[in-house]
Write a protein that binds this ligand. Sequence first.
Ligand SMILES: [Zn+2]
Length: 269
Amino acid sequence: MKDDYEHFEVSKQKEYLYVIKENISLVHPVYRNDPLNMYLILGTHSALLLDTGCGLFPLKPITEKLIGERKLLVVNTHTHWDHILGNEEFKEIYVHENEVQVVSKPYDLWFLKDSPCEIVKLYEVKNFLIPPAENIKTINDGYIFDLGKITVEVIHCPGHSPGSICLLTNTGELFTSDVAYYGDTFLPKINDFPEVLETLSKLIKLCEKYDNLELYPSHRIYPCDKTLITDLYNGIKNIEKLWDSRKSFDFFEAWQIDDDKFRYYISKT
Ligand SMILES: [Zn+2]
């Protein structure tokens, strides 16, 4: 089943799972990870929305229509701009403690001011400063959202960002956020790779513990199987060997390296 909205594309993946897609390349062509996947998980009494997108058009009315009488909980998988700019529409946002500060103040989008895309005018009217949500609630590794019948466990997965989380349901889904997806992969500086690899090892073990987990990344294709995590792990391990092929990509202040499955942007700072 598929419904088209003007800006978002909504599809029903399962009885209790919707995907709300948004194309982030509309904001600047350097962002190629279309679509951004926001997920809405429906329990019996509550629903959990994963991320709030680019904040260009109202998201809340769409979620309200889908959740019926349920209480809505909203979590940011991490605080990069494409996952949080709709926060101001919602009263309360859950976020990992390492990134609370980022979403507790207006978010500065000045880096988008020279975008060739007309749509950034919607940010310009706000002076490229997007207000935060009213209340920010802190979560940590092991926190559990009880939605009624469905529970969702927070797994702290630092690397892509210090407070990145993945979310594991008791119904066999692992939402991998920006920690793992097939596409342009944003990594910290090379000295911090051990932390990224440790996170991926943790997820590989999780996939071994729970048979047939379905992986739902925050960008591009879904669902994936655990091969995604091993592909990414092996790819990152191999970056050192490809180091001489790196190119500078100034917009992201990063080194760009490509292999046959991923494009990596490795932070210089
Ligand atoms: Zn993202």
